[in-house]
Design a protein around this ligand. Structure first.
Ligand SMILES: [Fe+2]
Length: 217
């Protein structure tokens, strides 16, 4: 057992509490491996029509394919940067568990988080930036991803200019973008309103437990 920490002194200045850090990275020279990745996912989908929703399919990151090896390396490097940025400066090991997503016209993924993982993320291979001519309401954000403030209701008393006004963060990903976020963060994938497919690879970073992960509290 570790001895209890001495009481921390009160601050004399600003303190940022309960941050939620998200990392987006545009991968350099992604074009060629990205094309190979899309071809691989199309081939996989021909063999398994339910590729996107078959969560028991063989793990994508275990495939012995060059574009998968490329993406695995990019994810690992980005996870290391993420861990350093949140202050973890010791040895951490993990496995990547991932699956491809192919969203066609009208497909979406309702709000969810990723239980059992430490971090989650997606790599975007193909994102339509147009929509079919349909009479929809004009505030739709097709193919975007929205992240929700993990502290429900925190915006209810916000006033202009404070950082808690918007309970969501929404972006339209683009090909070559890799994003990583804490696995508890709820997110929603808006419907694809194009006949072009939206193709991504989602993943979980699952820690291999080591006792030195235990915080001193
Ligand atoms: Fe997700």
């Amino acid at each position: 057992m570790t001895a209890p920490s001495p009481p921390a002194p009160p601050p004399d200045g600003f303190v940022d509490l309960w941050p939620t850090k998200l990392l987006g990275r545009r991968l350099p020279e992604f074009e060629a491996p990205n094309d190979a990745l899309i071809k691989l996912i199309r081939d996989l989908e021909r063999a398994n029509r339910n590729l996107t929703t078959d969560y028991l399919a063989p793990d994508f990151f275990n495939l012995d394919e060059p574009p998968v090896a490329w993406l695995r390396g990019q994810v690992n490097a980005t996870v290391i940067d993420y861990l350093r940025a949140i202050g973890i400066d010791y040895d951490v090991s993990w496995t990547i568990q991932g699956w491809p997503n192919v969203n066609r016209l009208g497909d979406y993924h309702d709000a969810h988080n990723h239980p059992g993982a430490y971090l989650s993320g997606s790599y975007y291979a193909k994102v339509p930036n147009k929509r079919e001519p349909m009479r929809n309401r004009d505030d739709l954000r097709p193919s975007h991803i929205t992240f929700y403030d993990p502290r429900p209701g925190i915006n209810m008393t916000a006033i202009k200019g404070d950082p808690y006004v918007d309970p969501e963060y929404t972006v339209l990903p683009e090909p070559g973008l890799l994003m990583i976020w804490p696995a508890f963060l709820n997110h929603f994938i808006h419907p694809n309103l194009s006949k072009d497919t939206r193709v991504s690879v989602s993943f979980n970073i699952v820690l291999k437990w080591q006792d030195h992960y235990l915080p001193h509290q």
